[in-house]
Design a protein around this ligand. Structure first.
Ligand SMILES: [Zn+2]
Length: 408
């Protein structure tokens, strides 16, 4: 395994953020995982326990240990992201950096990134680790069969309940990249807002197979949240993905995000306070971070995030990370080549955003909580896996760079 070093913020150099709009996909918290939800490999979520690519195919114990204390006891899953690759996109990225090996790029393969953090080793090297898992899928038929066998009631990402027939708004499990499809979330703000009025009446008439997306969401929300063992994992939430836009004009902390403007009475969601909690949760964070305000990099970070303040994940394969703090050296130049594939290179793929902390930690703690500002994940551009098991599954470690909150 390659040694991973984590960089402390510093105050030199300028690595301005220059990913172009439209390249970046953002993930947002959808709903808490409920006790009856069956997590599918195509789901992306934060917290909870990992869903491995096959029940009998787990990563080696070595990959699951904290790199600092060498124990698995306090390793908790932060994020599981379903992120299959698009061959066209990967071909272009490989060409750009002078690599030519598409042997392991297959859009039909299940590809999942798992990010774990050791809660006892904050700020220590290798205490945050990323595992990339790949499951080979030979042909479309097997995928179709798999999707056909999916229980409609349990699958909220694919949204069997959306009768709007707007194919663009549907999550497509076969799309090259879940982070590449617009409005992946069946329960996203747009669909809720547009459906509220017309569905209020007709929603009541529709039952079972004809149930509306809104009603399905409501039923889902009424279920009990999945119980979890606090000592083993964080509370888990499903994610949905949208293309990054910069429509919002005001700074984040001064406005309610658009998707929170939901008429509770129209939705008839009694007792559901989650939608209102988030902006409140942001406040202590904003205050705490204001000490960085003379840091240009952090200001840029805040500005970009301010347009979509509830983002918990930025997905920008082959793009540039949005840095939380300035660094002495160009972070990407410190990313090692994959130890299991030394002729290749790693590229930036995604970063975890600090809003995630407020979702994962149910009790907001300024003194005792997680202290990362952003977690950057770099992955092998060849998507190489040295060894597959009898289920066609293989796992490797990818490179993580953490920018911790600065201490003053
Ligand atoms: Zn540890």
């Amino acid at each position: 395994m390659s040694k991973i070093e984590e960089l402390q913020p510093s105050d030199t150099d300028d690595h301005s953020y220059s990913s172009t709009p439209g390249d970046v996909f953002l993930a947002f918290v959808d709903a808490p995982v409920k006790e009856n939800d069956e997590i599918l490999i195509e789901d992306s979520f934060i917290g909870g326990e990992p869903k491995w690519l096959h029940p009998d195919s787990e990563p080696s114990a070595e990959l699951l240990k904290c790199g600092a204390c060498k124990s698995t006891d306090n390793m908790k899953l932060l994020l599981q992201a379903f992120s299959p690759l698009d061959d066209e996109q990967m071909g272009a990225i490989q060409q750009r950096i002078g690599i030519d090996n598409m042997n392991y790029i297959n859009p039909q393969d299940d590809r999942v990134l798992y990010v774990f953090l050791c809660t006892k080793c904050q700020r220590k090297g290798n205490s945050v680790r990323c595992i990339r898992g790949l499951k080979k899928n030979k042909n479309v038929d097997s995928l179709s069969e798999k999707m056909a066998s999916t229980s409609l009631e349990k699958d909220f990402q694919i949204n069997p309940f959306d009768l709007s027939n707007n194919s663009e708004s549907k999550y497509n499990a076969f799309s090259s990249n879940p982070f590449g499809g617009a409005s992946a979330n069946p329960f996203g703000a747009d669909s809720i807002n547009s459906n509220v009025s017309q569905n209020k009446e007709e929603g009541k008439k529709k039952e079972s197979a004809n149930i509306s997306a809104k009603a399905a969401r409501k039923l889902h929300e009424l279920q009990k949240d999945k119980e979890y063992d606090e000592s083993k994992c964080f509370k888990s939430y499903l994610l949905y993905v949208e293309e990054e836009t910069f429509k919002n004009k005001k700074p984040a902390h001064l406005q309610l995000p658009k998707n929170l403007k939901i008429d509770k009475e129209a939705l008839d969601l009694t007792g559901d306070e989650d939608l209102e909690k988030d902006p409140v949760k942001l406040d202590p964070r904003t205050e705490k971070l204001s000490k960085f305000l003379d840091d240009d990099t952090f200001q840029k970070f805040q500005e970009v995030v301010g347009y979509n303040p509830l983002q918990v994940l930025r997905y920008d394969l082959g793009g540039k990370p949005l840095l939380y703090a300035e660094t002495k050296v160009d972070i990407s130049s410190t990313v090692p080549v994959p130890g299991y594939n030394p002729s290749s290179q790693r590229i930036f793929e995604m970063q975890l955003m600090p809003k995630m902390i407020f979702d994962l930690e149910e009790v907001v703690s300024v003194d005792n909580g997680m202290e990362w500002g952003t977690i950057l994940v770099f992955t092998d551009v060849e998507n190489y896996i040295p060894e597959f098991d009898e289920h066609g599954v293989g796992y490797v470690e990818e490179c993580v760079k953490v920018q911790w909150e600065s201490r003053t």
